[in-house]
Design a protein around this ligand. Structure first.
Ligand SMILES: NC(=O)c1ccc[n+]([C@@H]2O[C@H](COP(=O)([O-])OP(=O)(O)OC[C@H]3O[C@@H](n4cnc5c(N)ncnc54)[C@H](O)[C@@H]3O)[C@@H](O)[C@H]2O)c1
Length: 308
């Protein structure tokens, strides 16, 4: 199992580290345009191998895509992150050009690869990869919902004063402050609906804190977060590499599911060796349906800014 991670910055390096620590891939190639940067990160990470007990070989490359040849999975994290006060949508001008050229170079050397898009605005970047590469839709996956769901569970556990392992929940919709749809009515503590323990007001607070989860961290850190994003990507990579058939909310091209068409947005999917093996349609309340279609409108508006 060979995995390439393009962008050896905060998220890319964190993702490579979590993949290595989980010890399921034979090789991870980090690639960046900054001279020597990916090589340096790869060497530093390799020097943790004996300490952390993994055998995954991590190598670095400065813009040499021949090193990525034959990758089973490619992760795109290249591009600029947001600064405090910025929305993810504001990154489109620079990141669209980067994501388009990076995905073309990856496919040239790994025509059978599965691509995971992380760069923001992620749903629009995932759509761009669909429009410009022609890869089958099950091999293009946008990562956002896995991270947003982890942030949702963190906020739920905080509100419940419970360990996170007691809590389950999912966030679907667009990966944006306004677009996220945290499914509070489906969230549970050990199979009991969280609404049994939390007031509507407290649940609404959890929902709002989840939606601005990224912005809260960007304000504290001065740039966007990387540990949880890296861990979330590594979860998707592992589900594919190990054919786990796990359900994650991922951004995928919809053709009528959830009443939506011709956009990529977060919905529950089953991930296995073929990438997205199934889109799971769950029953949404009227309020959730309305929020989902509002979210889709936002994503389509951002997609409209692409020069296709
Ligand atoms: N989808 C999500 O849930 C999620 C979460 C966090 C961050 N992000 C996004 O991920 C992206 C990366 O964030 P980061 O914090 O790692 O940023 P970063 O600045 O730390 O790293 C980005 C790296 O990309 C490299 N790069 C730029 N252009 C490139 C190119 N053409 N080819 C190869 N490498 C190139 C840069 O040199 C840099 O090292 C941002 O767009 C950010 O908004 C998405």
């Amino acid at each position: 199992m060979k995995v390439t991670v393009v962008g050896a910055g905060a998220v890319g390096a964190s993702c490579a580290e979590y993949i290595a620590i989980k010890n399921f891939a034979s090789e991870v190639v980090l690639l960046d345009i900054k001279e020597g940067y990916a090589e340096g990160k790869a060497m530093d990470l390799m020097q943790t191998a004996s300490l952390n007990g993994f055998d995954t070989k991590i190598t670095g490359s400065t813009s040499d895509y021949s090193k990525t040849a034959g990758s089973d999975i490619c992760v795109i994290t290249s591009g600029i992150p947001r600064k405090p006060g910025m929305t993810r949508e504001e990154l489109i001008g620079i990141n669209a050009g980067i994501v388009k050229s990076v995905s073309a170079s990856l496919i040239e050397h790994s025509p059978e690869t599965i691509i995971i898009v992380v760069s923001n605005p992620m749903d629009t970047m995932t759509y761009l990869v669909h429009k410009t590469t022609g890869l089958p839709k099950h091999r293009i996956i946008g990562m956002g919902g896995a991270l947003d769901s982890a942030r949702f569970k963190y906020r739920l556990a905080e509100a419940l004063d419970a360990p996170i392992s007691d809590v389950d929940g999912m966030v679907i919709g667009g990966h944006s402050d306004k677009g996220m749809v945290p499914l509070t009515a489906h969230a549970t503590r050990n199979s009991v609906k969280v609404s049994e323990f939390l007031s509507e007001e407290r649940l609404n607070q959890v929902k709002e804190d989840t939606k601005v989860g990224g912005a809260t961290l960007t304000k504290l850190l001065g740039t966007s977060a990387w540990y949880a994003p890296g861990a979330a990507v590594s979860g998707l990579v592992q589900a594919i590499a190990c054919d786990q058939k796990k359900m994650y909310p991922c951004s995928t091209l919809l053709a009528g599911e959830y009443g939506l068409d011709d956009l990529c947005i977060g919905v529950p999917v089953i991930l296995g060796r073929n990438g997205i093996e199934k889109i799971v349609e769950i029953e949404l309340s009227d309020a959730e349906k309305a929020h989902m279609s509002e979210s889709a409108e936002g994503v389509k508006k951002t997609n409209g800014l692409l020069e296709l």
